[in-house]
Ligand binder design. Structure first.
Ligand code: 1PZ
Length: 207
């Protein structure tokens, strides 16, 4: 069996895409993030799942479907704020499959990867279990029911090692750290921007 194809530059592409988004966010007070570059940046995350093994297939399918929905939306809706405003007007914010709901789910996936990278940078040793478990507990577990949480904790036992992951990503430790650090700080700015979109419209972010 062939290894999953990730290209040599998955981490680099993630870092570059989110750095660009973070620059847009910080450019001015009322910077508008557009749906197209946002969904494109998120699509660079997807190859990571393939490196985590078959156990994360269901996470990948859910994440990819939601990112694809945003990519599809970008054909007719230009900015993230107008995407949310349309759902507000249609009173469909919390409906299953709404763009606004999918955006919030994708935002949590970005946060999961952010904490995962942050923890991988500071955690000694070759296991991904602690970094992955901390990231899941912080970013996603509070919003998942018992069955999904159980499945994830089983999945944590069949993760590749850090070394195996970096090999699949075609990265050495130093360059991986560098790219992950760029994503950690850039995604933080992007996530805060998204949160503001929800909070400023009194939509909340805990549903
Ligand atoms: C080393 C890394 C270990 C990674 C562990 C990650 C486990 C994530 C498991 C997530 C399973 C998600 C299954 C589907 C959940 C859906 O019910 C919810 C709500 O969707 P809706 O009802 O609105 O349709 N979807 C989500 O919560 C979005 C989940 C996104 C998962 C992204 C994870 C990113 C991790 C990337 C690691 C490289």
């Amino acid at each position: 069996m062939a290894e999953p194809i990730t290209g040599d530059k998955t981490l680099h592409q993630i870092a570059v895409a989110f750095k660009d988004l973070a620059n847009t966010v910080s450019d001015s007070q009322n910077a508008d993030v557009e749906v197209a570059p946002f969904s494109r940046a998120c699509s660079h995350i997807s190859p990571l799942f393939g490196c985590l093994g078959i156990a994360f297939k269901f996470a990948e399918m859910d994440f990819v479907a939601k990112v694809n929905d945003l990519a599809e939306a970008s054909k007719s809706i230009q900015t993230l704020h107008s995407l949310i405003d349309q759902d507000v007007q249609a009173k469909s914010v919390r409906n299953a499959g709404s763009h606004t709901r999918n955006l919030l789910r994708v935002r949590r996936g970005l946060d999961m990867v952010r904490v995962l990278f942050e923890q991988m940078i500071v955690t000694e040793g070759n296991s991904l279990r602690d970094p992955a478990s901390k990231a899941y507990e912080q970013a996603l577990a509070p919003y998942h029911g018992w069955a999904i949480r159980k499945a994830v904790s089983a999945g944590l036992y069949v993760l590749p090692t850090k070394e195996q992951l970096l090999k699949k990503l075609n990265e050495d430790v130093a360059s991986a750290k560098e790219q992950m650090q760029i994503y950690v700080s850039s995604s933080e700015a992007v996530i805060q921007y998204i949160d503001k979109l929800y909070v400023s419209r009194n939509l909340g972010t805990d549903w």
